[in-house]
Design a protein around this ligand. Structure first.
Ligand SMILES: Cc1ncc(COP(=O)(O)O)c(C=O)c1O
Length: 363
């Protein structure tokens, strides 16, 4: 007898599996999810504590106050901002809104995992553009464009590699594609980036209707648990994404905390300074340990381990897990020799390096 069956494109998918460990979070050093090292802005926590009434009410469909706060903080036009239940939701609804089963969407070889996931769920065909040295490559992306291409997904800087492509390369990519291809420019880590050659994509959005920039409150703003992301795009994209988005997908707590977080410039400055200080420190320590890594502009580092049984990435991941340190294995990205490690607190970073030293000395 025939039973129910999911779409073929879903059947082949793997459920997303973060490395969060099984034990109580308080006993763990969690460097596996690129979360904010300094926690959350105290102003955001205060705002959340004073918010407790009216839980029986649905949230507003659109939080004008949060949109105004984002527009003010990032000097953007409020009419172009769309909120989502994390930028993950925005990635999904972009795929659902813009991709049909006959369409193709391009993503980069080591690009963020949610891109191929969202493309498959939408039932479209994902096309991989090869990276060069774990970095997106514009010529390789352009070589995959054809008349079926509807969307190009690019995370800049990218997770899990931490690498980025320059402003000139982003502009070259955009100017080489036709205006009926949507460029999804995911700038989740842009607030950590201070580099002359980087662009966050907002200027492209303001000039062209076929670009959407994605941002998140999960990294710099330390609100990953509340699920809050936003996009910056043309009216056409925004109106159509709102048709697909769950009507109340952004909850009231996220709205309240989001406003306080985005206005807390001091906390943001502290977090960026902490990140760059400890990124430099980790780079120096890894060099001393003879471990190579990708230069990263984000709040995490992709570390390469020797391809020898004893010192390989899988054994390092297990060793660290036994010490209560969670890092991200990369086999799902087919980067078996690598581990991705988020920048943590001072104590977490020093504990990580001390344990890595012990692991590598344990010959
Ligand atoms: C490149 C990139 N885009 C999007 C996201 C998802 O962010 P959110 O927590 O807002 O869904 C992440 C999270 O790791 C990411 O690395």
């Amino acid at each position: 007898m025939m039973g129910i069956s999911v779409k073929g494109s879903i059947e082949k998918l793997e459920t997303y599996k973060p490395n969060f460990g099984k034990s109580n979070l308080d006993n763990l050093i969690r460097l596996s999810a690129n979360e904010g090292a300094l926690g959350t802005s105290l102003n955001a926590i205060k705002a959340l504590k004073s918010f407790s009434t009216n839980l029986h009410r649905y949230p507003p469909q659109v939080s004008e106050d949060l949109i105004n706060a984002i527009a003010k903080r990032y000097l953007l036009k409020k009419a172009r901002i769309i909120l989502g239940n994390g930028s993950d939701e925005l990635i999904s609804i972009i795929a659902q809104a813009f991709l049909d089963t006959k369409d193709e969407a391009i993503y980069t070889e080591y690009g963020f995992l949610q891109f191929p996931q969202a493309i498959s769920i939408a039932g479209a065909k994902g096309i991989i553009a090869k990276d060069n040295d774990l970095t997106a490559n514009v010529d390789n992306i352009l070589s995959k464009v054809n008349e079926r291409t509807k969307v190009i997904f690019l995370a800049n800087a990218n997770n899990p590699t931490g690498t980025f492509i320059s402003k000139d390369e982003v502009i070259r990519l955009h100017s080489s594609i036709s205006s009926n291809i949507l460029l999804v420019y995911d700038a989740a880590y842009s607030e950590f980036i201070n580099h002359d050659e980087y662009i966050d994509g907002s200027s492209l959005v303001e000039k062209y209707d076929n670009v959407i920039m994605l941002r998140t409150f999960s990294k710099l703003h330390g609100l990953a648990s509340l699920r809050l992301g936003w996009g910056y795009c043309s009216q056409y994209i925004l109106d159509n994404l709102m048709k697909v988005r769950g009507p109340f997908s952004v909850n009231t707590a996220a709205m309240v905390a989001g406003i306080a977080a985005v206005e807390d410039i001091d906390f943001q400055k502290k977090s960026v300074a902490h990140n760059s200080k400890w990124m430099g420190w980790l780079e120096r320590q890894l060099k001393l340990l003879n471990l190579s890594f990708q230069k990263s502009l984000t709040n995490f580092l992709l570390i390469k381990f020797p391809n020898q049984k004893k010192y390989n990435a899988q054994n390092a991941e297990k060793f660290l897990a036994n010490k209560g340190i969670l890092v991200r294995g990369m086999s799902v990205y087919k980067l078996q020799n690598y581990l991705r490690v988020s920048i943590g607190t001072a104590k977490e970073n020093t504990t990580l390096i001390n344990e890595l030293k012990i692991f590598l000395e344990n010959k």
